[in-house]
Design a protein around this ligand. Structure first.
Ligand SMILES: *Cc1c(COP(=O)(O)O)cnc(C)c1O
Length: 395
């Protein structure tokens, strides 16, 4: 048995079995390539599920983290720290939002967003029976609040009861959303591009209609940009493409490019009328190391013209995926936005993904029949060509 297989066997004895992992132990990364512990190289079209936007081993990023480690890693949120102050300022600038709360993960950002929305409603009428509308096939995370608004009954079933007063509507179906609105509705939460649910971008019309509905009824629009945000769609945040600004938004994944961070952001209207001292907190959120990562990531997005690259390469990726679809009848649909793309097959894709891994290409699914393409944002057209040339024989 190879040493790698021994490690995998060990892992299966020690780790709680909550993931069906690919049979590979990854050891290091460089650029858009990952290497397993036996030195085999893989072209990475998953980027740690949309986390490693800048690719692996970026020297400037690594040096910034090392410098921060030597200065101070943690302080607690009872004190100010410079990296967090700078990161909040930059995040406001790229998002156009007004207030920032740093978390350690995406799910925690969703928790905070839900709490802020409920508090906002509570301050209006002093009651606690408000409702939130979430979308079928959505994914917002595994903690109780986030799971409660996740539109996948299979993920929720064994863990009921969820937090109360959540209603589900169909994504991209405005009539369905309207039919769930009551005078108790305090928020509507959705991903701007549904990720785990199969790569479905919200249509401009749907977003605009929901925004208008929210404005009319003082319902808060919460957009979850954890997967589709941070430049992935060719805009810093996916909603910016249509100018449909949320009242509260969540961001994580690529925000720290590997260091576990997240944030929820809100407009001044919500900031001034929701969470106050004592309402919410976290030990680690926005600690100096995490915030240093955010600062460097946001700087590198500018100096490396990441958004420009996404726009250029994603156009090419879309073309190549469309060509691939034409050549294979079993591919039924391509959809997505920017460097978040999905190819839907008329059969489960697990075998194809495993074969690709065998041939040195890392891919992931989004639902049983959809291959998801969510590469580092620094990929080139040559990387796209290489990806297609490895994937095609595996279909
Ligand atoms: C990944 C994800 C989350 C959860 O983030 P974690 O960091 O895993 O807690 C929430 N919403 C969306 C859209 C995601 O893709």
């Amino acid at each position: 048995m190879s040493i790698m297989n021994e490690y995998i066997e060990e892992a299966e004895k020690d780790l709680l079995h909550t993931y069906n992992r690919f049979q590979v132990v990854l050891d290091k990364g460089q650029g858009v390539h990952l290497y397993d512990m036996e030195g085999k190289s893989y072209l990475d079209f998953v980027s740690g599920i949309g986390v490693f936007a800048l690719g692996y081993g970026d020297t400037e990023y690594n040096d910034a983290l090392k410098a921060q480690i030597d200065k101070i890693i943690h302080t607690s949120n009872y004190y100010y720290n410079m990296p967090a102050i700078n990161a909040a300022h930059k995040l406001k600038k790229i998002s156009g939002m007004d207030r920032v709360f740093f978390t350690n993960s995406g799910a925690e950002a969703v928790e905070g967003a839900i709490k802020a929305a409920r508090k906002y409603a509570f301050l209006k009428d002093n009651s606690t029976d408000h409702e939130i509308i979430a979308m079928n096939h959505s994914f917002h995370g595994r903690t109780y609040g986030a799971l409660s608004v996740t539109g996948n009954p299979h993920y929720r079933e064994a863990f009921e009861p969820m937090i109360g007063n959540i209603r589900f509507a169909d994504f991209n179906d405005f009539e369905s959303v309207k039919s769930q609105v009551t005078d108790k509705t305090c928020a509507i939460i959705m991903e701007t591009v549904q990720g785990e649910g199969g790569i479905y971008p919200a249509t401009e019309e749907f977003l605009k209609n929901v925004r208008q509905l929210c404005d009319e009824k003082d319902i808060l629009l919460i957009l979850d940009e954890i997967q589709c945000g941070m430049g992935r769609t060719g805009y810093m945040y996916a909603w910016q493409k249509f100018g449909v600004k949320p009242d509260i938004m969540t961001t994580a994944k690529a925000l720290g490019c590997g260091v576990p961070v997240g944030a929820f952001l809100m407009t001044e209207k919500v900031g001034a009328n929701s969470l106050v001292a004592g309402d919410h907190g976290t030990t680690y959120g926005g600690n100096p190391l995490a915030a240093a990562a955010i600062n460097k990531v946001l700087d590198l997005f500018e100096t490396k013209h990441i958004i420009d690259n996404v726009r250029e390469v994603s156009e090419y990726l879309e073309e190549q995926l469309e060509e691939l679809k034409k050549r294979h009848d079993c591919i039924t649909c391509r959809r997505g936005s920017g460097l978040l793309q999905g190819l839907e097959f008329d059969h489960p894709v697990a075998e194809t993904i495993n074969a690709a891994l065998e041939h040195g290409l890392i891919l992931i699914n989004a639902g049983a029949n959809v291959i998801r393409f969510i590469p580092p944002l620094i990929i080139t057209k040559e990387d796209v060509d290489e990806m297609i040339s490895i994937l095609e024989p595996c279909i």
